[in-house]
Design a binder for this molecule. Sequence first.
Ligand code: ADP
Length: 517
Amino acid sequence: MYLDTTNTGEEVQSGSEVKVLHVASEAIPFAKVGGLADVVGSLPLSLLQLGIDTRLMLPAYREVKSAGFKIKQVTETFEVDMGSHKAQAALLEAEDYPLKTYFLDCPEYFDREGIYGYETADGFEDNLERYALLCKGVLEAMPLLGWMPELIHAHDWQAALLPTYMAHLRNTKHLFAKVGTLYTIHNLAYQGNFSKEKRFALGLYGKPFSWRKLKYFGKINMMKVGIVGADWVNTVSPGYRDETLKGGPTGAGMEVFLRNRKREYSGIINGIDYNNWDPTTDSHLAFQFQGDWNDFKSANKAALLTECGFNLSASSKPIIGMVTRIVHQKGVDVVLDVVEDIVSLGFNLVVLGAGDRNYSDRFKFAARRYPGSVYYDFRYNEPMAHKIYAGSDMFLMPSRFEPCGLSQMIAMHYGTIPVVHNVGGLRDTVEDFDSAARTGTGFKFSGLYPQKAIGALQKAMWAYKDKEAWSALILNATKTDFSWKRSAEAYLNLYKNVIQMVKMDNTVSRRQLDDMY
Ligand code: ADP
């Protein structure tokens, strides 16, 4: 059986009978380190709007407690067995937030400065214990709360132990007998690897947690545990799903386990928050959209040229924008290799992004070498990001791999045409432009080589010079719908299917799963 979970058709009408608990390490507006927080903050709210009884569980970090939310304690203190000792925990709840959000309070693990402690090398020394406590604590807390989900949606390695705990409890506690589990991979590059010795500090006993099940190349690997233990596994685009199964750098070793789960592994594209990214109201922009894309683009382009210190007479040249982490995954090295060609072909290049020092220095050098054509801002700069999305003509994303990617979807919404490496979520969200049929939303190139990237940019330049073609492209791009509502509907279909599977006892049997480690 393979379920098409991207189908958003008739069958999604009401989710009122579905009860889902999301468990993750971060979510806006409570705690954010990266893109995971945006997804886990937005998806449950959209599910709520579909009528699903959706709730969220996060750790009670110090920054959550001190951020000014109204928070009350909703359970008595309870014990969580952590092997070496019993940790004292309790459940808190946000009183003034539309989504029922709980926080697992255990000061010993969460009341400290920072979320993962990544400021210091590999993060907090007890990160494995901290998130194991979250997973165990969720299941201890549910009965005390008097609310039981039908499905637990666990996000990324920090919540990866939950499905295995759940599978274990299904056999021993009737209360959990029919609760399904979904494990979402947001980026396979972050797997949660820990030393073998750590396994004694987890309070994990018995066969489900034997060393054989936890290990990958001599280390505890949480990603593997999540993939093997959940009733269903998904990731954030169908394209990335397919590529992770193939292996190579994108599969990051996990392809072995993913292939075993191929029939219960799917992809659903993330959404973007159209309230935050709205050209008609965007307060960071010099000019908001008032019904004419030509006016919007030319006014914001002029503002961007001024902001970058470029000559306004350069407005006939297309601006290539980039807003990205400056890291290897994003293919910025390929851009650096072709900066000279980009300039000589008559483009302007505006790059915003922080990250790897080595690449960052090279962008600084390029900006000094080509003043008036190349601009580089090395900060994390939200207002500037909005200005680049609105004022650029093209948006370049030569990612080596891309689980979903948000920037290309934002760019399209602002009438900026994506030029992307044909991988993962970029493959799924950008449609190649067909100049004869006037269909498509951008330009894609296959194979991450400088010549390929330049070839796609040249195609974009030809279209740019044809005013009618370019207007058609802008119209197509701005009509795309990557709202969270669309994603939430796809998730609702998936939830219903998984819940049904569990109710009918149709999940991969534990014995079969045993062979998959
Ligand atoms: P990833 O999550 O892998 O970094 P995505 O494309 O999914 O890549 O999301 C990146 C998000 O971060 C986008 O919303 C982008 O606008 C934002 N972003 C990245 N770098 C910066 C920066 N230097 N300043 C402002 N926003 C940034």
